[in-house]
Every structure is written in C-alpha cells, then in structure tokens.
Design a protein around this ligand. Structure first.
Ligand code: Q9C
Ligand code: ZN
Length: 694
C-alpha cells in the first residue's frame, strides 16, 4: 500500500475486527424506513430588529419546506419521530459550560440586550426562544441519530432551526447557535461507541465551526465545499482553503474544496463527489454519515449564487448511500431561496426513501475553476490517503481566477439563471416510479424479494432473433432457453416503454442474451443511448462495439493487446480488473464519470460467464449506475447465479447495502496506472473524467 500515513495505520488496526463484523451480518436485507423530524416549535425564532445580513434566516424556511414535502406525499411516507430538547450535558459535549450559560441567559433578555449580545458575534441574532429552539434543533438531531443507530430506521432527515455548522465551542456564528451536527457526531462516538464518522457539509458556506471542533480528531472525517473566491467570501478564512487538511493526529481528516467562482453547476458538484469525496470516504470506511445539509448551494440562493439544480441533491445523496450501510442522517443547515430550498429537500428525502433519481440535467463538463479546485484538493491529500497515492499532478500553478481585489475579472462562470429560474423550479423532473421486473426460471420463487417485483410471464422472439441466437449458441435450440430469452425481451420492452423501471433477467445463455438485448434496445429508437457494462467473458460483435448509440464497458474479460482505446468500447481486461481495490478505483474514476458524461437512457449490466466480481461490489455497481440512467437498468445473469437475484433486486429497489464496504483495499500500482492512463486518453470524449488542468 502506498502513501502509508496516519490514516492507513489507524485503519489496519481495526481491519480484522471490521471484517468479522461484516461476516456476521445476516441476509436477507430487510427494508428499513426513512425518518423525518420536524416540529413547529423551531419556527419560533426570528429576527426582531433590522439587520440585512440576518434577514434571510426566516421561519418560512421550515414551514414552506415542510408544506412542500407534504404536498409531494413524501412526509407521509416517512417514519415520524418526536423531537426533544437536548440536555445541557449533551450541549457540553461540544460547547463550553460558559457559552451554554450565555445562550441560556437570552431567555430573559430584552430586545436591546439580545441585540447587544448578538453584536459580540459575527452574523448572529438572538430571540427569547433561541435557547429552547436551539436545544430542540440539537435534540431533534440526536433523536434521529438514535433511531438510525439502533436500527429503528435506515436513514433520515431533520428539518431544524437554527442551523449549526458555523457554531464553535465558545461562539455563535453565521445564524448558528449550537453545532447540531458536531454534537451528533460526538454523541454517536460517546453513546453509541462509534469510531469513524463522516460529516459531509454540502452547505455553500464553510462550516468552520465543525472544522475547528474536529480538526485534531481522526475519528471524524470532515468534508466541506464552499464559496471562497480566493478568500473574499464570508467567513473569509485562510483555514477554508484546500491546504487546510487537519492538525496533529487529525491531519488528512479535514477536506476543504474551495469554490473560486460562483455559478457552479451539477457537473461540478458531482465531479467533486466522484473524484475527491468518495475515494477518501470509501478508504475511511465510516460507520455513520452525517450530512450538514445546507441548500444555499442550490440554484437561486442569494448567498451561494450557484446553479446546481434540485435533482443534483438526489445524486449527491445517492452517491453517499453505499457508505455505512446507508446509515445517513441529513440535518438542515442553510438555504435561503424558499422554493429552491423546498425542491432540494424533496429531492434529498425522496432519494433517502429509495426512489430513483431524476436525470442530472445540463452539460456534463465541470468548469475550469472546478477542475482546478479538484486538482488542488487531490494534490493536498495525496500524501494522506492511499486511494489518491497514484495521483501525480501537483497543485495548480497559475489559477484561472484571482482574489477579486487583486485583479479585475468577472467572477461569474456564465450568466446567472435569471428569469428562467421560476420555470426551472416549476417543472420538477418527473420519472416513473414503477416496479422491478423479473424474468427468471420458477426456481426464483423461493427468494426473498421486494414486494414490488413483478414476474415476467412470456414473450416471443422474432424469426430473425431466433435464427441469430441459434447461430450464437447451440443450447438455444432447447425450449427452456427460448422461453427465457422471450421473457427477457418482453421485460426489456417494458423497461424501454416505461411500464417497468428496472429489471433482472436470468437466462441459460447470458452472452447471447446480452447481444440480443442490445439489438432490441437499438431497434427501439434511433436516439436512445444504451450503456452496457459487461463483466466477465463476453464477445461483443464489431457492429455493436462501434455504434454511436452504444457505450460498452468490458471489465475483467480476456486481456487484449494495448492500443488506442475506443471511446465507445472501454476495456479493462484480465482477472485483476475485478479485484475489489482495482474495481472500485475504476468505478469511481472511470466508469461513473463516463456514464454521467454519456447520459444513457438505459444501463444494461451483464454478468458474463466467468465473471469474478465480489457480491458487494456487484451491489455497489448496481446502486451507483442508477444515477446516470434515472434508475433504468436491466441486469442480465446466468441462471446458475439465481441466488444473486435477491441482493440485486433490493439494490434496484433502492435499499442499502447489507454491509459496509469494509477496510480499504488498494488498487495495484499496475492497475492504477492503467486506469489513470485510460482516463487521460478518454478525457476529450468524456469530460467528467477530468481531474487536472494540465
Ligand atoms: N454576503 C448558514 O448558511 N452572512 N449561515 C454572509 C455574505 C452570513 C450563513 C454575508 C451567512 C451565514 C448556516
Ligand atoms: Zn450556508
């Protein structure tokens, strides 16, 4: 393993224990609910005097968001948890008793006194209800943590005010009074004995409060992206830049992604998740994920000035769910454009509920400034994390932007969303939420499948298909085989026409079935794009390899002589390609960026003969590839692999992985080099592959 730093050493100590725990995990996976916590009591705090800076933090942030969740029917699908007020002892897990006493004192203060106290802090107001509300925001968060960590629910979201991530041990800051998420992390460590917690702070401001609380602590990995503009944006701290990586034993456990331009979009956000957050998060192997879920990073927000669409938050959530067996707790932070905030929260919650994600709209190319930030963070962390150890690009030498006072330049990436914003928000992307189809022999009836699974009964092959298949596979003459292929095509037809969202098909002749499915997919529409990810031995005919509508990934098949790779048929050959470390590197740095760049209508996942992908990696692949294709996926496997159907069906259904991904397994230097080279060669065709500017 390369780049062995504190991170690597700490992990090897617990490697064997974690492996034991993963083995003890019992299948079948049981469906677990999503919790929602909200209480009107938290709408009581409001600004009592004139202060333009604080005027955006209003009670309607909660009421209008909650109304939207009800209107969409999402709140009704959640498990409702009661709130409580955190105890002073709980507050003091993070804050000093002196500071808690100061906030407690605000209950009895006059407006004048409240105003005077607020002036001691940066961008804060107090209200006679601040203390009970802030305690309730913490208590609601802890209720959610308890529900998730005891297994009562799988994941959940807390709609709270005041927010928390700017709040520090001894200070209120940036509308935040108590640090809800930091206290939750500390509570999870002390009360639930957790050792590794990931905090993902996607709010558009730097959670400097959270960073300071954990900067020395290797048990909490803190990730934040934030509007920075070369330190000219609030809170204007040097410690928010990419080279602030944590202190002492916590070195490497703080990840800062500064945005040096406004107008960042979907592709910029997803790129950072794929190329920065996820590799490190998978290496860290968290037991629990806390999201500082601020939506001032969404389009329309007056603070963030970014352009990420609501559905982007569905994708960010989807990308986090494979971690920690899906034990994810989202806690509201900022978000000041009421309609955008409500839509973004809906997207997050519906993804937590397991619904398929809408298509990620817009240009899949990250902007230059975003790529520079990605390159800088990766360079700053390469020495701390083995998963970036193969990274050879240093930091950017001549950034494309500067501090606005140093050079006159337009800071916006392009024109802002302007008047089209209302229109963008008024037609939320809709998508079919229909069931999962299963085309399999009757032996599959003993499996523990989600209740939404529909069995495919029949379907006939065309004469041409029958003839073509008998040529491909001699076994095809058997009735059983013909029936299986007929069922598969009937299922595919239903997926293509939108009657069923996704499906699984088990056939005796998977290689022939895959080719037939690709041809049937092509004949469905001349503009449809099909992504085929094939694992194992499979021979894809020339005309399908070089077809403008089809993109093929062939993983772990026969090794071919190296040549110029085709952007339409990307091969990672040899059995080493499916080893977990190698495969996970390929998945994050190559397969997903290409898939997001290609924007397929349908993903065909093929487990060919001799495939050797770990069960968990198969589930990971199934979960994550649903992002680029709105959940539309057909999985093909050999009927002898019928036992896999169960895990795959739950993965398609949006349920959490049955175990954590386990201790980090590094890619072999040779394979890492092969993947990096492929990424560089394919980058002109698939823009989301880009991780450096040179
Ligand atoms: N125009 C949260 O989002 N004002 N806090 C910055 C820059 C303070 C934001 C002024 C913003 C605090 C939780
Ligand atoms: Zn914010």
């Amino acid at each position: 393993m390369r780049g062995a730093g504190e991170a690597t050493r700490a992990r090897s100590l617990r490697a064997s224990a974690a492996r034991g725990a993963a083995m003890a995990e019992k299948r079948p996976p049981r469906p677990q609910g999503t919790a929602l916590i909200y209480d009107e009591a938290m709408t009581r705090v409001r600004l009592l005097w004139d202060d333009p800076e604080c005027a955006i933090e209003v009670p309607e942030r909660l009421t209008s968001t909650y109304a939207r969740l009800c209107q969409r029917g999402l709140a009704q699908r959640c498990v409702r948890l009661p709130v409580r007020e955190a105890t002073e002892e709980e507050l003091e897990m993070v804050h000093s008793p002196e500071y808690v006493a100061v906030v407690k004192g605000t209950q009895a203060m006059s407006k004048k006194e409240l105003q005077t106290l607020a002036q001691q802090y940066d961008a804060v107001y107090f209200h006679p209800s601040t203390f009970p509300c802030a305690r309730m925001a913490v208590g609601a968060t802890l209720q959610l943590v308890d529900a998730i960590l005891t297994g009562a629910v799988g994941n959940g979201m807390a709609l709270v005010r005041p927010p928390g991530h700017h709040s520090q041990r001894d200070a209120a800051n940036g509308f935040c009074v108590f640090n809800n998420v930091a206290i939750a992390a500390e509570y999870a460590k002390r009360r639930h004995g957790l050792q590794r917690i990931l905090i993902v702070d996607w709010d558009i401001h730097h959670g400097q409060g959270t960073q300071r609380i954990f900067e020395n602590d290797p048990s909490v990995l803190y990730f934040s992206w934030h509007r920075y503009e070369h330190q000219s944006f609030w809170p204007r701290l040097q410690e928010s830049d990419y080279n602030a990586v944590g202190q002492g034993p916590g070195r490497g456990f703080t990840i800062n992604v500064p945005w040096n331009k406004i107008g960042m979009r979907n592709a910029d956000y997803v790129s950072v998740f794929l190329h920065v957050l996820l590799p490190l998060a998978i290496e860290f192997d968290p037991e629990f994920v806390l999201v500082s879920a601020g939506f001032d990073s969404g389009i329309g927000d007056p603070e963030g000035q970014m352009e990420a669409m609501p559905e982007c938050f569905a994708h960010l959530t989807l990308l986090l769910l494979p971690l920690a067996r899906g034990r994810l707790c989202a806690v509201l932070e900022g978000g000041y454009h009421l309609r955008s905030l409500a839509e973004c929260v809906c997207m997050t919650l519906q993804t937590l509920l397991g619904d398929p994600v809408p298509a990620l709209s817009g240009d899949p190319a990250p902007c230059l400034s975003a790529v520079e930030s990605i390159q800088n963070v990766r360079a700053a962390h390469a020495r701390h994390w083995a998963s970036l150890g193969h990274e050879d690009a240093g930091p950017v030498l001549t950034p494309s932007t500067q501090h606005p006072l140093l050079g006159a330049q337009p800071t916006a990436a392009t024109d802002g969303p302007g008047p089209i914003l209302d229109e963008l928000l008024s037609c939320p992307p809709c998508f079919p939420c229909t069931g999962i189809g299963l085309a399999a022999p009757d032996s599959a009836s003993s499996l523990h499948l989600p209740p939404t699974v529909l069995r495919e009964r029949g379907g006939a092959l065309s004469k041409e298909e029958a003839a073509a298949c008998s040529r491909l596979d001699s076994a095809f003459t058997q009735d059983q085989t013909q029936a299986a292929l007929g069922k598969l095509l009937a299922l595919l037809e239903k997926i293509l026409s939108g009657q069923v969202r996704a499906g699984i098909a088990a056939t005796p002749t998977v290689a022939a079935a895959a080719i037939m499915a690709l041809r049937r997919g092509l004949s469905f529409g001349s503009r449809s794009r099909l992504l085929c990810v094939a694992v194992g031995d499979l021979d894809i005919p020339e005309d399908l390899r070089d077809n403008g509508q089809i993109l093929v990934f062939h993983i772990g098949g026969e090794e071919r002589p190296e040549g110029t790779p085709s952007p339409r048929c990307i091969c990672l050959g040899g059995p080493q390609a499916t080893e977990p470390g190698n495969f996970r590197l390929a998945l994050l740095s190559l397969i997903l960026p290409v898939a997001y760049s290609f924007q397929p209508e349908l993903v065909l996942l093929v487990l060919g003969p001799g495939y050797s992908l770990q069960g968990l990696d198969m589930e990971l692949l199934t979960r994550l590839l649903q992002g680029p294709a709105r959940g539309r996926m057909l999985v093909l496997l050999q009927d002898s692999e019928i036992s896999l159907v169960e895990a795959l069906a739950w993965a398609l259904e949006g349920k959490a992985l049955p175990s954590t991904l386990g201790p980090y397994l590094s890619a072999s230097p040779k394979q890492a080099l092969a993947i990096t080279r492929l990424c560089r060669q394919l980058q002109p065709d698939w823009p989301m592959l880009q991780v450096s500017v040179n």
